[in-house]
Structures are given as structure tokens and as C-alpha cells.
Design a protein around this ligand. Structure first.
Ligand code: ADP
Ligand code: MG
Length: 312
């Protein structure tokens, strides 16, 4: 489905222009982290990705969110159809926060960090595995029956440990066993991974999705690690959207984190980008998930949207 109906010869030309990129990336693995915030605007309202047509269930915001997810699902199916191997890793922070609020659970913070007690973990796991994962899998499968949902707990995919016992069940990645992902990719399927990990006793932990996406990209030796977020890319001044940096090497990005120019939710993305490109991933990208077909623009055109991070 496209926003503007193009004349057929233009469509044919667009396809031909994509050919060198299709040939270059066919058979390559691309790990895409789809964040909760790629769908939800900074004011908490879902962002507009396409004009909202007739409101199907009266919920205009819900419609817009569904539209955004649908465009993303189309991109994933298109990539798989041209021989690229997408692996989707997703977060869901805003969705967890919203269910907690609906259940009347008051978040607890220690030194500014959210404490994940057993009940919070249960909510996070229910939302990530039972809701967000299902929504993404369901939408991809509308466009092509390829997506299989996984939790990091499945088949030993993500072994986790407590980051800090004082924070409860917030986990760090100890090890990734990508066997199950390789098996699904070999079958032509698209793994969609919720970022819950477990330790050797079976205890589950909620892990930052940016960190998981980076660790999975490394373990797969992915060609690209792509973060879809709610800004145009990495900005030299986070308050000024006109300061987008198109290309950074790992050392430059480290310096931005050290100076505080990269802060908040961009810190784990930056850390995942620099670690990944130093450990075999050819490039990492931070793209604006609010832009329709951002991944296609990045992978299949010479445009290069957002920020590209390379080893040097
Ligand atoms: P996601 O749901 O995609 O993980 P986050 O809110 O966790 O989104 O991270 C993205 C946010 O990081 C941006 O919305 C922005 O507020 C913040 N940020 C901090 N420093 C920078 C920077 N230098 N460039 C871009 N964004 C930055
Ligand atoms: Mg985040």
C-alpha cells in the first residue's frame, strides 16, 4: 500500500534502482529493534505515520498505532521476500507502564532507577510476550505467514543475571545461544524476540531491548543492527533536531556518551551500536521509526536516513 499512487514506469524505475542493494544484502541478517517509542509520540500519544482513514473502532489513536505497525510489518515481509533475513527484537516500556497504571501499581524508584519486583516482572513479561510480541507477529503474518514469536527464555536463547539485586528482576545478558534463531532463519521464517531472559534456575528477568538487540546481532554475525526510535537519529545536540549526525565511528560515539551529548534512552543504543560494530557487525543504524518505510529507505536506496555507526 503506498501513500501516493505513482505512474507504473516510475514504479518500475524504483524497483530497478533497488536492484544493487537487493543483490548486496541478499542472504544477510539484519537485526531490527522496534521500540515502544517508535509507535508512541513523546507526549504519549501514538504518532501519525499515515493519514488516518475511516476510524475502524472509533479509537483514532489505536488506528494510528496499528497503521504504524502495519507499515513496519510490510517492510519486514518485503525484506524477507527479497532474500534479506530480518530478525525483530522489540521493547515495550510505554506499554508496560500503561498496564501498570491501569492495574493501579505505583512504580518504585531507587536512585532514579525503576525497581522491578516480582509483580512488575510478571506484568512486564505478560505485556512483552503476551501482547506486544503477539501484535507484531500477528501483523507481520497478515502480510506473509513468516513470523514466529519467541521470548529470550525459549530454547536457551538469552541467559540473564540480575544487574543489581537492589533493582530486582532487571537483567543483564550473560550469554546468547542463537541456535533457535538460526533454525528459524534456515526455514525462511522471521523470528520476533521479546526481551525477557532467564537464569540457570529459570528465574526470568526483564532486559533492556537495545542491549538484547545488540547482543543478538553480534551472536548472529549480522550485517546490520537497526534501531527504530522516535528521533531522526543521533543528534549532536539532543534538543536540536537539525543537528543530525549522518555517520559516526565507534570512538566518536563513545566520546558523545562520555560528554553527556548522548543521554537517556540513547545511551543503551549507543553502547549496543559501538559494541556491535567492534564485534563483527558491519554497521549499526539509528533511524526514525515514525518515518514510513524508514528501513526500506536505509537498506534499499542511496538516501541513507538517520545515523550510521561503523567501527572506524
Ligand atoms: P526507544 O523506545 O526507541 O528505546 P528512548 O526514549 O529510550 O526510545 O530513546 C530515544 C531518546 O533518546 C530520544 O527520544 C531522545 O530524547 C534521547 N536522546 C538523548 N540524547 C540523544 C542524542 N544525542 N540524540 C538523539 N536522541 C537523544
Ligand atoms: Mg529505550
Amino acid at each position: 500500500m503506498s501513500q501516493v499512487e505513482l505512474p507504473a514506469p516510475v514504479k518500475a524505475a524504483v524497483l530497478c534502482d533497488a536492484l544493487p542493494y537487493i543483490r548486496r544484502f541478499a542472504g544477510c541478517t539484519v537485526v531490527v529493534k522496534y521500540g515502544g517509542n517508535a509507535l508512541v509520540g513523546s507526549d504519549g500519544s501514538p504518532v501519525r505515520l499515515l493519514p488516518v482513514t475511516a476510524s475502524r473502532d472509533g479509537e483514532e489513536a489505536g488506528d494510528r498505532e496499528a497503521e504504524a505497525l502495519e507499515r513496519f510489518a510490510e517492510d519486514v515481509v518485503l525484506l524477507r521476500s527479497i532474500g534479506i533475513l530480518p530478525v525483530v527484537v522489540h521493547g515495550g516500556g510505554p506499554q508496560i507502564g500503561s498496564l501498570m497504571a491501569r492495574l493501579g501499581k505505583v512504580p518504585e524508584f531507587r536512585d532514579g532507577l525503576r525497581v522491578t519486583d516480582a509483580e512488575t516482572l510478571e506484568i512486564a513479561r505478560m505485556v512483552l510476550v503476551g501482547k506486544v510480541n503477539r501484535d507484531i507477529v500477528g501483523m507481520i503474518n497478515v502480510h506473509g505467514p513468516l513470523a514466529v514469536g519467541l521470548s529470550g527464555e525459549d530454547a536457551g536463547l538469552i541467559t540473564a543475571t540480575a544487574r543489581d539485586p537492589g533493582l530486582g528482576y532487571v537483567g543483564d545478558v550473560v550469554a546468547v545461544d542463537p541456535s533457535i534463531v538460526h533454525r528459524l532463519l534456515a526455514e525462511g521464517l522471521v523470528p520476533v524476540i521479546a526481551t525477557i531472559g532467564s537464569d540457570r534456575t529459570g528465574q526470568a528477568y526483564n532486559i533492556n531491548a537495545d542491549t538484547v538487540a545488540g547482543a543478538i546481532a553480534e551472536s548472529l554475525g549480522a550485517e546490520k543492527l537497526v534501531f527504530l526510535t522516535d528521533v531522526t537519529g543521533i543528534l549532536s545536540n539532543s534538543a536540536d533536531p537539525t543537528t543530525l549526525l549522518h555517520r559516526l565511528c565507534a570512538e566518536e560515539l563513545d566520546a558523545m556518551v562520555a560528554s553527556g551529548a548522548v543521554a537517556k534512552g540513547m545511551v543503551p543504543k549507543a553502547a549496543a551500536c559501538t559494541h556491535a560494530v567492534r564485534h563483527g557487525v558491519a554497521s549499526a543504524h539509528v533511524l526514525d521509526g515514525r518515518v514510513t518505510h524508514a528501513i526500506l529507505l536505509e537498506l534499499l536506496t542511496s538516501e541513507g536516513v538517520g545515523t550510521m555507526v561503523v567501527a572506524q
